[in-house]
Design a protein around this ligand. Structure first.
Ligand SMILES: Nc1ncnc2c1ncn2[C@@H]1O[C@H](COP(=O)(O)OP(=O)(O)O)[C@@H](O)[C@H]1O
Ligand SMILES: Cc1ncc(COP(=O)(O)O)c(C=O)c1O
Ligand SMILES: [Mg+2]
Length: 295
């Protein structure tokens, strides 16, 4: 993509095909990503990979994982509207089954064939510190071996970075090496979320962004909150601002500031679900701005 301009420079809204999970109660997957993108002015073509009552972090849920055929069919329907050339990005997250991953990669390939400037942003949902791997067997390997090489942007958390790079990350240099190892497979731009390394103060949380060989870090206070959906929200926010402004450092600052404000409000309310609707002003005008520092 030409970094000097962005589709929204042409006056039209950004169009993002978001292929993620849906929950009826609460906010993860598309139920965490779609509204912030819309509030920022993007058009979101949401294709849901699962429909659950709530996210799996509760330990119990009801609903279904959709088949790859339905995802392929919905993308075909969008293609039949002649819309793919106007698609600026494909965003994917939680995958209920490896076959869904193939349908997502097929969608990304179709979009990039129709619009060579389009980007594929993959949030490689595999697991997290403390929870370990929480996706179905085959998904972690699919993310590492198939999705990452096809992506332009990836947004792993620290657990996912370590698993996919096959190396522990305890220092900032470890993190940079692990990011470079994944960049060598394909994605030029990487956002590492929830990074806590040796020089991260106990009351702080770091985020690391890389674009090409350049790195930037943002440090925010650690909040008394442990919720799901934050990774889906920040992946969407980072993608939007990377598309809109064309610079990973600007996208890092904007996404980190918004997610901090969202989670601060969530922590203050003592809510188990992120307050995606109540804290919506944080997406457009973050109450606290954190600057990205080259590192
Ligand atoms: N307890 C917390 N305090 C401050 N920020 C947090 C906290 N938990 C999450 N965040 C913010 O949300 C971002 C995404 O959260 P994370 O848990 O990494 O996503 P995922 O759900 O993919 O694991 C983090 O990079 C951080 O900026
Ligand atoms: C259905 C579903 N989608 C997406 C996610 C990803 O959530 P997070 O943003 O916390 O990684 C989860 C996590 O539990 C989930 O259960
Ligand atoms: Mg995540």
């Amino acid at each position: 993509m030409n970094q000097a301009t962005s589709p929204s420079d042409s006056g039209r809204p950004l169009n993002i095909l978001s292929i993620q999970s849906w929950v009826a109660y609460g906010h993860v997957g598309n139920a965490s990503a779609v509204f912030p993108l819309q509030r920022l002015g993007a058009e979101v073509w949401a294709v849901n990979t699962v429909q659950f009552s709530n996210h799996t972090g509760y330990g119990a849920w009801r609903g279904s994982v959709f088949g790859a055929e339905l995802i392929q069919e919905l993308v075909e329907g969008i293609a039949e509207r002649g819309a793919l050339p106007r698609c600026d990005a494909v965003l994917s997250g939680y995958m209920g089954a490896a076959e869904i991953g193939e349908a997502i990669l097929n969608a990304a390939a179709r979009v990039k064939a129709a619009n060579p400037d389009a980007m594929y942003c993959c949030d490689p949902v595999i697991g997290d510190v403390g929870r370990g791997i929480f996706v179905r067997p085959g998904i972690p390997e699919f993310m590492r071996d198939r999705a990452i090489p096809a992506a332009d942007i990836i947004t792993p958390n620290q657990f996912e970075l370590e698993w996919m790079a096959g190396a522990p990350v305890t220092t900032l240099d470890d993190a940079k090496r692990a990011v470079a190892a994944l960049q060598a497979k394909g994605p030029r731009c990487v956002l590492v979320t929830s990074l806590r390394v040796e020089d991260t103060p106990a009351d702080a949380m770091d985020l690391l962004a890389a674009d090409g060989g350049h790195f930037w870090r943002v440090r925010t206070p650690l909040l008394p909150v442990n919720v799901n959906g934050a990774g889906d929200a920040i992946a969407a926010l980072f993608l939007f601002h990377r598309l809109r402004w064309g610079q990973a450092s600007v996208a890092l600052s904007a996404a980190a500031s918004s997610i901090y404000g969202l989670l601060r409000r969530t922590a203050e309310a003592g809510s188990r679900e992120i307050l995606t609707v109540a804290a919506q002003e944080e997406f457009v005008t973050p109450s606290r701005v954190f600057r990205a520092e080259a590192c």
